[in-house]
Design a protein around this ligand. Structure first.
Ligand code: SF4
Length: 426
């Protein structure tokens, strides 16, 4: 009887990529996944603490598993991810947990599993890849944004060598992947810690000619590290999608300074201009924090002005919450919770209108999407500008490129009718 594992994962795309790789490695060891902790021999929580709400979810999930461990000591319970700052202290606080591992320490978790099973694994034939695969290119971050706990928990930037990433991309494409998303806390400083200092532009060039690879994306970008060289490289490489995750966080220079972001609104707008000058069809997505300590109504209005000026395709907005050990946690958290919520909701409402207007321009037009799955009985896929599109068809479209005529447009997704297959992209 094969063993079962329960893998609970929250947080960023990097956590998702770690969870996917861990699942693949556990299945290679003969484990099968179960959504039910009661049925699992191995329970793994891959955690996030980027905001208080995320940490509360981790504590809730962890404590809900305590009785299970008390009932059955044979079960192994592992906690990994950004919740794990001090494993020894956590082991005292949560004595029912068998092991704690830092973010992305997959080797540590698998060694623990192998030790527990007294096994070592012979690599089985690799499983088919997903249509879209995520490949971490660096771990950690060298920035010290004052509100951010990620850099504290994931440590300084460690970039993976170019050849290691190229080999992984070639392997994934050989196993059926058609789109690769390169991941890092700050992909724009990729390679700065490597001896020969390759950068993201070099890496994009290195993977671009992988046969069978149709699309390349990367996230997350940092305005202080994005260069004209990178923008020109993206414009010159047809497989790289003109969809940018460029986290601005605030539209006010004084707030950006208190956040330690390292750029001004004017510098950010110059980047947007450079991107749109070379790739006018680009999609621009960003992150915004509202209610940062000391943020006045006027400073918040500057953020609203930036949203109206740039007209982003997607805005991920969050209310500021102090994180333990961060410099900002020493500042007075003086924006009242209701005011934070008013600002967060206003940004969401403004963005919903802007996104709706942007997507409405696609009504009646044909778009090409890479179909990566089904959802609620419809095929689902994304354009090169990361627009989510659904269509109905009896044909099997998984992993194929479909030309779809848009018949409905909402702020977050589009619906259309398939008008044909596209052989493959460049
Ligand atoms: S760039 Fe700033 S916000 Fe992003 S991970 Fe690094 S320190 Fe955190």
């Amino acid at each position: 009887m094969s063993k079962a594992y329960y893998l609970w994962n929250i947080g960023c795309q990097m956590n998702q990529a770690d969870a996917d790789r861990l699942a693949e490695a556990l299945q290679a060891r003969g484990y099968r996944p179960t959504p039910n902790p009661e049925q699992a021999d191995l329970l793994i929580l891959n955690t996030c603490v980027v905001r208080q709400s995320a940490e509360d979810r981790v504590l809730g999930r962890l404590n809900s598993l305590r009785p299970l461990k008390r009932q059955d000591g044979q079960k192994a319970l592992v906690v990994m991810g950004c919740f794990v700052d001090d494993p020894a202290a956590l082991a005292q606080r949560f004595d029912f947990v068998d092991a704690f591992f830092k973010p992305s320490d997959l080797a540590g978790v698998l060694a623990f599993v192998d030790r527990r099973n007294g096994t070592s694994v012979v690599a089985p034939p690799a499983a088919p890849a997903q249509v879209i695969e995520y490949v971490p290119i660096s771990y950690g971050c060298d920035h010290h944004c004052t509100y951010c706990i990620v850099a504290l928990r994931r440590g300084a930037q460690r970039s993976r060598p170019v050849q290691e990433i190229v080999a992984e991309v070639q392997d994934l494409v050989a196993r059926g992947a058609r789109e690769i998303t390169l991941l890092g806390q700050n992909v724009d400083s990729y390679g700065a810690d490597l001896p020969d200092r390759p950068d993201l532009a070099d890496l994009l060039r290195a993977i671009h000619n992988t046969p069978g690879l149709w699309r390349i994306r990367f996230l997350t970008s940092h305005p202080a590290d994005m260069t004209p060289r990178l923008i020109e490289t993206v414009a010159s490489l047809p497989k790289v999608c003109p969809s940018w995750e460029l986290a601005v966080q605030s539209g006010d220079d004084a707030v950006l300074k208190r956040m330690g972001r390292g750029y001004t609104v004017a510098q950010f707008l110059r980047l947007v201009e450079q991107i749109r000058a070379l790739m006018p069809e680009s999609a621009l997505n960003t992150d915004i924090i509202v209610g940062f300590p000391g943020e006045t109504e006027e400073q918040f209005e500057n953020t609203v002005r930036l949203l109206r000026t740039v007209r982003f395709d997607v805005v991920h907005v969050a209310a500021y919450s102090p994180r333990p050990g961060t410099p900002a946690a020493r500042l007075e958290d003086d924006v009242p919770p209701q005011e934070k919520e008013r600002r967060r909701a206003l940004v969401e409402a403004i963005q919903e209108q802007i996104a709706g207007e942007i997507n409405a321009r696609l009504l009646g037009r044909d778009v090409v999407i890479l179909v990566d799955g089904r959802q609620k009985g419809r095929w689902r896929g994304r354009t090169r500008t990361n627009k989510l599109v659904f269509f109905e068809s009896a044909e099997d479209w998984l992993g194929r490129l479909a030309r779809v005529r848009i018949t409905w447009a909402g702020p977050w997704s589009l619906i259309g009718e398939v008008v044909g297959a596209v052989p493959c992209e460049p």
